[in-house]
Unconditional design. Structure first.
Length: 154
């Protein structure tokens, strides 16, 4: 078996970084949604109302809102995966370093969201408490960075 190939290869292309980012974005989006649901349920807002806030269409749906939220989280995760690959250039930044970069990315995504609110995009989403929404983005970014830092450098 001296000619055997390794089963798992380290990430080596931008495409791999993008796919990893999509998956990490979904994972971090789930963590963010859990935080928003819990912070909404405690004061009595409810799970359906919280998830419905993510629905961009007319007539809100909690299922459609959850799918939209995870899709957007995946796209932001893909962007992060590609940027992280450029910053890291194949070297591991460690979980702490990648979480810190992710935290900054989460704040940037929150800022973009605030600018979208100012432009009048998705007013329903702006109904979520602003403090919880900011914390949720920090949690998303930190989780995204942590998940990305766990992946092998390549």
């Amino acid at each position: 078996m001296s000619n055997s190939q390794p089963i798992v290869k380290a990430r080596s292309s931008s495409g791999d970084a993008a796919v990893d980012g999509l998956l990490h974005g979904v994972g971090a989006g789930i963590v963010m949604a859990i935080y928003l649901i819990v912070s909404g349920v405690l004061p009595g807002i409810g799970v359906a109302a919280t998830l419905s806030a993510f629905d961009l269409g007319e007539g809100t749906s909690p299922v459609r809102g959850a799918v939209i939220h995870l899709a957007v989280a995946a796209i932001y995760g893909m962007v992060f995966g590609l940027v992280y690959r450029l910053i890291g250039r194949g070297r591991s930044l460690g979980r702490g370093g990648s979480s810190a970069i992710g935290l900054g990315f989460g704040l940037l995504v929150w800022l973009i969201t605030q600018l979208a609110f100012a432009a009048g995009i998705n007013i329903a989403l702006s109904s979520l408490p602003a403090g919880h929404f900011a914390v949720a983005h920090v949690i998303y970014g930190a989780a995204l960075g942590w998940l990305t830092g766990r992946a092998p450098a390549g």
